[in-house]
Design a protein around this ligand. Structure first.
Ligand SMILES: Nc1ncnc2c1ncn2[C@@H]1O[C@H](COP(=O)(O)OP(=O)(O)OP(=O)(O)O)[C@@H](O)[C@H]1O
Length: 229
């Protein structure tokens, strides 16, 4: 693990889409190997925060650093290089519908011109419980299968950090627990995890498994939530 004490850090950062600040004075750091949840009402800025954390958006004030690199001023190549170390599970999971699941999962490798190891891919699909569906086309997958495929795709480059936006948004409780277990396993392997979620039950459940901390967005600020969750 590179990057010293922090994987991603916000220093007095703000974001404004043009209609006033959505996030203000955000200062926090994600230490290597930490597990955080990010919660807050719908529209409070969870997705926006994640986009700042992987340099999809640049802060309109203050600073964001990823592996100690200030995001503002990075070249496109530098952003691409940093992003390989950050696996993202998007809220609205998209696949190429004409490609089988296995090809979709290894797409980040293909795009970056890296060779994929068939055994590694097989192990990864096995790990998320989708080995039997490697030839399936995305439109035939259930919500939980899509979420697990998205997680596999997010980790195929061997990132140090995983950012997941409502990874359990459209799945039942049993599948939510299964996804949580995968995230906990990744964390035990040393990966830094941040999960945006509305689901307070999921957070409570996670706290039995990992020393997760909870960040809450309230009135544009992000604060560590107390133990009352
Ligand atoms: N590209 C954009 N341009 C203008 N406003 C935007 C844009 N993207 C998001 N917003 C607004 O910013 C606010 C925060 O959106 P964001 O998606 O970050 O919230 P969220 O907490 O992730 O919401 P949810 O829980 O509903 O997914 C919303 O009011 C949204 O309409």
């Amino acid at each position: 693990m590179h990057g010293g004490e922090r994987v991603i850090a916000f220093e007095n950062a703000a974001y404004n889409y043009g209609g006033g600040e959505l996030l203000s004075e955000v200062s926090l750091r994600l230490a290597p190997g930490s597990f955080h949840f990010l919660t807050g009402p719908s529209g409070s800025g969870k997705t926006t925060f994640l986009k700042l954390a992987y340099a999809e958006l640049l802060p309109t004030a203050g600073h964001v650093t990823i592996f100690d690199r200030e995001v503002r001023g990075l070249s496109r190549d530098e952003v691409a290089r940093l992003r390989r170390r950050v696996g993202v599970v998007h809220q609205d999971v998209q696949f190429l519908d004409h490609l089988p699941l296995a090809a979709n999962v290894q797409l980040p490798l293909t795009v970056s011109g890296r060779k994929s190891d068939a055994r590694d891919l097989g192990d990864l699909l096995q790990w998320v419980g989708l080995a039997h569906l490697s030839d399936a086309l995305p439109p035939s997958l259930s919500g939980g299968e899509r979420q697990r495929a998205a997680l596999a795709r997010a980790v195929i480059m061997g990132p140090d950090v995983i950012l997941a936006d409502e990874p359990t948004g459209n799945v039942d409780w049993e599948m939510s627990l299964r996804l949580l277990t995968l995230l906990v396993e990744l964390n035990r392997m040393g990966k830094t995890i941040l999960v945006a979620t509305h689901d307070l039950n999921l957070i409570r459940q996670a706290k039995n498994q990992v020393p997760a901390r909870v960040l809450r967005i309230s009135r544009r600020r992000i604060q560590l939530a107390g133990a009352d969750l």
